[in-house]
Design a protein around this ligand. Sequence first.
Ligand code: SF4
Length: 178
Amino acid sequence: MNAVRTPVIFARKDELLEIAEDEEKRKSFLAKMRRPLEYVVNWGVKSSLWMYAFGLACCSIEMMAFGAARWDSDRYGIIARGTPRQSDLMIVGGAVTYQMAPRMKRLYDQMAQPRYVIAMGECAINGGPFWDSYSVVKGTDKVIPVDVVVPGCPANPEALFDGIIKLQEKILKGELAR
Ligand code: SF4
C-alpha cells in the first residue's frame, strides 16, 4: 500500500515545486484553482450565515418564529447573534423610519464581511402601508444595499426560508462576491 502511495506524493510535491519556480506555470495553476477555491469558500459562507435580526415592527415576530422550534433556522446554519460584529446577514423586518436609518447604516457598517441584507416584508421593501408617511423610508435599499426581498404583510417564516435559499444560491454562484 505504502509502496504505491509514496511515489504519488513525491510526484505531486515535485510538480508543485516546479510550479512555484516557474512564473508562467504558477499563473496558469492559480487560474485553474481559482474557481474551485471560490466555490469552496462560497459554500462555507452560504452554509454558516450568522443573522443579525434587525426587527423593527410586526414582521420581526415572524422572524422570531423563523428561529424557534417549528421552523428551526439552525438547520440551515443560520444562527442569531446579538451583535453586528459577529454577523454577516442582516434581516430587516419592519418599517425603517428616518430616525432609525442612520443607526441601521452604522450597524451595517459594523458587520463582518462579506455581508448580506434581506428586506423582510412590505415595509422594509418599500415602506408598505406607510409608503406615503412623513416618517418612513421608502425602502431599506435607500440606506443600505439589499440582496434579497421577501414580500408579504407580514412575510411569514416559510417566505423567509425561501428568501434565505435564494440568497444561498446567489452566494454559491458567486453573484454577491464583494
Ligand atoms: S409588512 Fe406588514 S406585518 Fe410587516 S412590519 Fe409592515 S405592517 Fe407589519
